[in-house]
Design a protein around this ligand. Sequence first.
Ligand SMILES: Nc1ncnc2c1ncn2[C@@H]1O[C@H](COP(=O)(O)OP(=O)(O)OP(=O)(O)O)[C@@H](O)[C@H]1O
Length: 602
Amino acid sequence: MTAPPNAQAAPNASAAEPGVSGVAVLRQLLGRFRPYRARCAGMFALALVAVVLSVMSPLLLRRVVDEALPERDVPLLATLCGVMLALSLVASVLVVAQTALANWVGQRVTALLRAEIHDRARSQPLPFYTERGQSEIQARLVNDVDGVDRFLTGTVQRWLSTVLSLLAIGGAMLVVEWRLALLCVLMALGLGLVNNRFARRRRALARDRQRLLTTVLRHVAEDLSLSGVLLGRTLRRTRWQRTRFLDVSEEIREVTYRQRITGMSAQVLIGSSFAALPPLIFLAAGTLGSGVTVGSVVVLIILQGRLSQQIQELLRLSGQFQASLAMFERVQEFLDLPAGEVEPTAPGARRAGAPPAVRLRGAAHGYPGAGRRALGPVDLDFPAGSTTVVMGRSGSGKSTLALLLAGLLPPDEGSVALDDGTDPRAAVTLIPQQTALLKGTLRENLLFARDGVPPAALDWVLAAVRLDTVVARLPEGLDTQLGAEGLRLSGGERQRLAVARAMLADARVLVADEMTSSLDHETAEQVTAALRAHCRNRTLVLVAHRLPTMAPDDRIVVLDEGRVAEAGTHLELVARGGYARLTGSPAPRGAEKAVVPGGGRG
Ligand SMILES: Nc1ncnc2c1ncn2[C@@H]1O[C@H](COP(=O)(O)OP(=O)(O)OP(=O)(O)O)[C@@H](O)[C@H]1O
């Protein structure tokens, strides 16, 4: 089977030890329990009492076998049996209480962890999302946190009970017959060391498995989305999509198989070693001389059986523990990301007030790993209340400029500032090239713009972008569900929805990046005119490939390979001559009269 490039991610790539050690990861995890110290202590106490009670029964059994039964002492027998029953009942109640407490604490720690990862993932600079991709973030936030949750609420609790049980059983065995107990404990220690080797291997395999599951998520998101299905079918590459999915699926099968076999080998090795203990106990009891009663032998066999069970449980848990640790390492990697502020805290700054001018001084931006800078350095002025059309060939840096203007990308050097000192992120709304829509109704998508939109404003905006006729046709009007990513709407309708939503956001500066690329000429002109009317007292920047109908005062910036090739008002540029060659735009009447110096630096 041909392995497509994406499926060839080396299976051992992440088998290498990650940067953070297991102990450090565990310490960070345990640190999260600090606020719940008292409840954790309560959980520990409950577990301890439950374990002590559970080993008392076999000790009572020795008296049943050695005294009550041979001497036919019915009152003693009834008392011992009654106490044994009561002990097991109380131990069960304590286990339930302990589980409730563990989940109470564990769920709080997990919820906090989930919120922190969400905050970190949300506040990263834009290149983070290009590099990581949606599925990677999804896998960390959902699958890995879920793994940590299972660890916190299940594995830790069972591990605690098991370790305490081992200590209690060991103690009880020492009370019954110390020499035989020592034999069992030494054997348990040896087997623990063997298990450690298996556990390390299982942790590496668990890490590999998580990485592969993330890849599967990515493939599913790419290939089984509407755009992925269209891409695969139209280019007749569905078999390729299937192949790369199966390749990763095979890798998962292999890694899971190895993970389970490693775990099972350790369990079988230890299980069979313990099977050898009863004959050894009988032999020792027969050869150690006096002091070993039949009751002691029976109790030792029972305790040894329990010891074996607990050690095997510990083994199973150590496998889960290693898998959880691998997940926590992945979660920690996200928690270690620098925290950033994505939204200024003054929401009022977005609306009201005079339109600001936007100034770029020596502003430049290069994407990580790209050869040349996508933009700049450039000096540009967008005067208060002006309309500027940004043009240029594909790849000339228009979208990069739009992102800088909206404060969504920081300039690597130079500055992007509003003349009134407002943070661009508080005053600028961007209509990006790709329209993002929520799974919900048309109304919900529009009102996402801001809280408290008056119904009249909603109606005005819908009519302005010619969406009113679309709404009238929809079965449930504004309350029609748009489906995932709003795919029930046409591309042009989605674009108009994005424009309407940005208008409702009521920002003082609006930057529209090719907002009419999917619209016919007439509708595009109507939508642009509506946006201009809306922006009469705002600063507007239109990124466009086609020159819209221009007003004499409209400004134009022509970009070429990230530099400003031309800048000025429409009339100035037409008068200078070179601009018509770049845009194919005819000179409007009277152009030759207006010549004003432009403001660009290439
Ligand atoms: N996330 C990114 N990582 C690396 N390079 C990028 C990234 N985004 C854009 N670029 C590169 O930066 C340059 C400018 O891209 P930009 O999207 O700003 O151009 P544009 O003028 O808007 O193009 P178009 O008209 O095709 O939308 C291009 O060479 C592009 O390949």
